[in-house]
Write a protein that binds this ligand. Structure first.
Ligand SMILES: Cc1cc2nc3c(=O)[nH]c(=O)nc-3n(C[C@H](O)[C@H](O)[C@H](O)COP(=O)(O)OP(=O)(O)OC[C@H]3O[C@@H](n4cnc5c(N)ncnc54)[C@H](O)[C@@H]3O)c2cc1C
Length: 371
């Protein structure tokens, strides 16, 4: 006899697992969410830029393309209705020389295909009026982009999930699941003490842990589980007051969005993330990378000096490869992908996963397999 039973077991209390738990509980489903850390959002969900992305960069038939715009609108509405701070600063993607202007036009087209509202290319006087200290020949202005207090957002998701009846168990690590006639028998490690739980459905939202979690579900076809890659991103802050009122992005490059300047909800500037492939989880920041950050940032903020930059924090993007190339979309596997009835597995939920979290929750809870 299991220690507990539930309809839906969710693994991982990052922004995505919490949003799914809230959605499922509000729909009247029995939910248990297990999280190995002592609180929510202690991994990727608290190690990012906190940007509410508008959805410009993604192919229109991709999940990112579909869910980012929906997610951004849903996040503003959700946070604004509950007094969670968002700042709709808007964003400028900058062309620092004429050769990049064509790239801005392509990004504008891409964004418009994804229904991103209000995109406009600005140059000359109009650009210097927006940002007098910015060095750029032109920029793509995205008025929807902003930032969110991600901790406040996740705390609200947690509270609403629990108020709707979800049980959230911290310091509880998913160990393994065995298929039964009615669902799964699951073993959870609660700080060295083993507990068993029976459930009908499993939603694997374990971020970097999702690959390992899937390997521990006996009914999963192991060949369907993608190999796990990690792309670290470091941040620097500055002691200098940044003279910008928009988020400033260079043209995207090399699997990331380029080292950008974001302004947090308190008005502080930070720069990053860069991109470095790593073999193990590593949240350190290398102070020697300051010069690289300086070179990139000074291309659009010439008044910055290298000594103005201070190492801050790092996050790690979960990535997968397909046919030898980084696969850039969210990957959500269902039974027809992996063979395990009642299991949904989310892989490579990198940027814009925070922005998309409410839309991802709607998407996952709308899948036929979870009904
Ligand atoms: C550098 C960087 C910058 C980013 N910037 C942005 C941005 O500006 N805007 C944006 O929208 N997105 C951004 N993202 C992406 C965003 O942070 C992620 O998409 C999002 O946080 C993913 O949330 P998650 O819940 O899937 O994963 P996580 O937050 O990693 O949560 C997964 C949870 O599962 C738990 N877990 C793992 N294994 C187990 C287990 N066996 N048992 C129980 N629990 C387990 C972990 O402890 C963790 O808490 C960025 C990401 C990075 C790395």
């Amino acid at each position: 006899m299991a220690d507990a039973s539930t309809d839906i077991l969710i693994i991982g209390a990052g922004a995505v697992g919490l949003a799914i738990a809230r959605k499922a509980a509000l729909s009247g489903r029995d939910v248990i969410l297990v999280e190995t850390n002592e609180s929510f959002g202690m991994e990727t969900s608290s190690r990012n830029s906190e940007v509410i992305h508008a959805g410009i960069y993604y192919p229109e038939d991709s999940l990112k393309g579909q869910l980012c715009v929906k997610g951004a609108l849903a996040m503003y509405e959700f946070c604004n209705a509950r007094g969670i701070t968002t700042k709709n600063y808007g964003k400028l993607i900058v062309a620092t020389d004429d050769s990049q202007i064509q790239g801005l036009e392509s990004l504008k087209d891409k964004g418009e295909r994804n229904q991103v509202p209000g995109l406009e290319i600005v140059a000359g006087q109009a650009l210097s009026e927006k940002e007098p200290y910015l060095k750029a020949v032109a920029a793509l202005h995205s008025p929807l982009t902003g930032v969110v207090d991600s901790h406040g957002y996740m705390a609200q998701l947690e509270a609403e999930a629990e108020n709707a009846g979800a049980i959230i168990a911290y310091q509880s690590r998913f160990q393994s699941a065995v298929k039964t006639a009615h669902g799964y028998d699951v073993v959870i490690d609660g700080q060295g003490e083993e507990m068993t739980l029976s459930c009908r459905h499993i939603i694997n939202a374990a971020g970097h842990g999702s690959f390992q979690v899937s390997h521990k579900i006996d009914a999963m076809d192991a060949a369907s589980i993608p190999p796990h890659y990690m792309a670290k991103g470091q941040y620097f802050t500055t002691t200098k007051k940044a003279p910008f009122s928009h988020l400033i992005y260079p043209m995207p490059s090399g699997g990331g969005l380029g080292i950008h300047l974001t302004i947090d909800t308190q008005g502080g500037a930070r720069f990053g993330p860069d991109i470095q492939w790593v073999d193990e989880m590593d949240y350190s920041v290398n102070p020697a990378d300051r010069d690289k950050f300086y070179q990139l940032i000074s291309s659009y903020w010439p008044d910055l000096e290298p000594e103005d930059l201070v190492p801050a924090w790092a996050g790690v993007r979960p990535k997968i490869y397909d046919n030898g190339k980084v696969f850039q979309d969210f990957t959500i596997h269902q039974q027809h992908d992996h063979g395990a009835e009642g299991v949904i597995a989310l892989y490579a939920i990198d940027s814009p996963g925070l922005t998309s979290s409410l839309a991802l929750a709607d998407h996952v809870m709308g899948l036929e397999q979870i009904q």
